[in-house]
Design a protein around this ligand. Structure first.
Ligand code: AMP
Ligand code: MG
Length: 505
């Protein structure tokens, strides 16, 4: 006998009007096999599993459900409608082209969460796409979102990955897979744009009310300025999210308005990457030819996207468009300040300071300029800096980073870094800040470095999932170094370097 699985769906999104989505069932796949199931997350979601004694039977049933071959009880499968600005160009008709929302539920904390299949077949929004996902992007999203979660970043999560037993055709033939994503919701800036573009003010209001009830229940929707409060709350969440990306050296890669949630969770880990060598102009994505979504542009792009959101909400802000625009503009200006402030607080923690001082911004900027000049590994520098907080600390291990192949080291750079370290240590002493352990809890040892993600995917494509499992295990505890896995803290060797990341959709 196999397991019985109960998912406590209650489906608030499906209760919205028909024009918000298209009801559609997943297209079955030939031979689903479970790659991974996230039991801890399943528990959080209140999913009840009565497992039978036979592990293979259990895995088969999970594979049936999380491939879309078997629809769980009480699911209300649908593809969500949305629009979006892609690389600055408006596309009025996007929507879930290869994703199907199984439904939403209240988790054990009482928070509503979506469960969505990705790669589960064509929908009315598929346009010319096949509705499928290759294995590579599925594993990539799994690794990235779970790593982000462990790093403390608000993010969508991975509930399951299932191989389909089918091929998908991209550049060549690739094994197919289905990813199960969990999100606070899949409502995007582009979801608002979809209705605003169709001049459907009623739907915009319904969507805004749904978002208030779901994500910002502290807002009283009877308040005159309820929708301004909503816009401000979304801006604050995005300010914090982008500050997190910046402090971690993360580049999302495709910050289109359809890839920005209103919940403040990071979504859509396509051609994203963590920087190895620090440089503010870094771009990985093969489709980002003009560097629109370069590392340093992310705060400004966030603001641009939020301005597109504001445009959809203007009629709800005020009947007088001029006043509505003024109010929205003021919040958008504040967004830049909130983002900068949140980032400064993260950087302060990275440097081990217990409180932010006026001079800290300059200290941080000076350090980043040195890292950029030398193309020094961002994550490893801060990790090793954590061991250098005392005036008598041995600096050798830190300064060895200047010997890495990619580094543009020079005698002057070495001198300037030493001077910077002297100044920073002085500050710690003056403030009586005991930084060491605190810094180790803020500066990760393990991030999903591109070459490691690529290595895990390459092995999996040959049928070996152990590399993927190993990587996930280390990334689940990013702040604890493990002597036997010291290699995983290292940047890529020249021949391991991944220069470009691909959407792979
Ligand atoms: P993304 O680049 O992943 O954010 O996707 C942008 C749009 O393209 C969304 O509307 C997706 O649903 C759609 N899309 C991406 N890949 C596929 C595919 N293989 N089949 C159908 N639609 C797709
Ligand atoms: Mg997307």
């Amino acid at each position: 006998m196999s397991i019985s699985l109960h998912i406590p769906f209650s489906n608030a999104y499906a209760a919205l009007p028909d024009r918000f989505y298209a009801r559609v069932l997943p297209t079955p796949v030939k031979n689903p096999a479970l790659i991974r199931f996230n039991s801890a997350l399943a528990q959080e979601l209140g999913i009840e599993i009565n497992a039978a004694s036979d592990k293979d039977d259990n895995n088969n049933e999970l594979a049936q459900i999380f491939s879309g071959n078997q629809i769980p009880d009480n699911a209300a499968p649908l593809a969500m409608a949305y629009s979006g600005h892609q690389f600055g160009q408006l596309n009025p008709q996007l929507g879930d082209g290869r994703a199907i929302l199984l439904g939403d539920l209240l988790d054990i904390q009482g928070m509503r969460r979506d469960i969505q299949l990705k790669g589960s077949g064509r929908t009315p929004f598929s346009r010319s796409g096949d509705g499928r996902s290759p294995l590579g992007p599925v594993l990539r999203e799994y690794i990235l979102c779970e790593a982000m979660h462990a790093l403390g970043v608000p993010t969508t999560r991975a509930l399951a990955a299932v191989s389909s037993g089918e091929w998908v055709i991209r550049d060549g033939r690739e094994p197919g897979a289905v990813f199960t994503r969990v999100a606070a919701s899949h409502i995007r800036v582009g979801t608002f744009q979809y209705f605003a573009l169709r001049r459907d003010g009623e739907a915009v209001k319904q969507l805004a009310d749904h978002v208030i009830a779901r994500h910002y229940p502290h807002i009283n929707s009877n308040d005159d300025d309820a929708y301004l409060q909503l816009f401000e709350a979304i801006c604050r969440k995005q300010a914090e999210l982008i500050a997190q990306w910046m402090q971690l050296g993360f580049i999302h890669g495709v910050m289109n308005t359809d890839n920005m949630t209103v919940s403040g969770e990071a979504i859509d880990y396509g051609p994203c990457a963590f920087m190895d060598a620090y440089h503010p102009e870094t771009v990985f994505s093969s489709i980002d030819r003009n560097g629109r979504y370069a590392y340093q542009n992310q705060p400004a792009i966030g603001q641009w996207n939020l301005a597109r959101l504001a445009e959809t909400l203007l009629p709800l802000f005020n009947d007088d468009e001029k006043i509505a625009v003024e109010k929205a503009t003021a919040i958008l200006q504040d967004f830049a300040l909130w983002q900068q402030q949140a980032w400064l607080e993260h950087m302060r923690e990275k440097l081990g300071f217990s409180a932010l001082h006026n001079s800290d911004q300059t200290l941080i900027e000076n350090l980043l300029a040195l890292l950029a000049e030398g193309r020094i590994d961002y994550t490893l520098f801060f990790r090793r800096l954590s061991d250098c907080s005392q005036p008598d600390s041995e600096r050798k291990t830190l300064l060895q980073l200047l010997n890495l192949p990619e580094c543009r080291s020079s005698a002057t750079l070495l001198q300037n870094i030493n001077n910077w370290l002297d100044e920073w240590q002085q500050q710690l002493i003056q403030r009586g800040d005991n930084a060491g352990q605190r810094m180790l809890n803020k500066n990760p040892a393990f991030i999903p470095r591109n070459h490691r993600v690529a290595e895990a995917i390459a092995a999996a494509e040959e049928g070996d999932f152990s590399v993927f499992e190993q990587l996930l295990q280390l990334l689940a505890e990013p702040y604890s170094s493990k002597a036997e896995y010291a290699d995983y803290e290292q940047p890529p060797k020249p021949d391991e370097k991944v220069l470009r990341t691909f959407c792979g959709t």
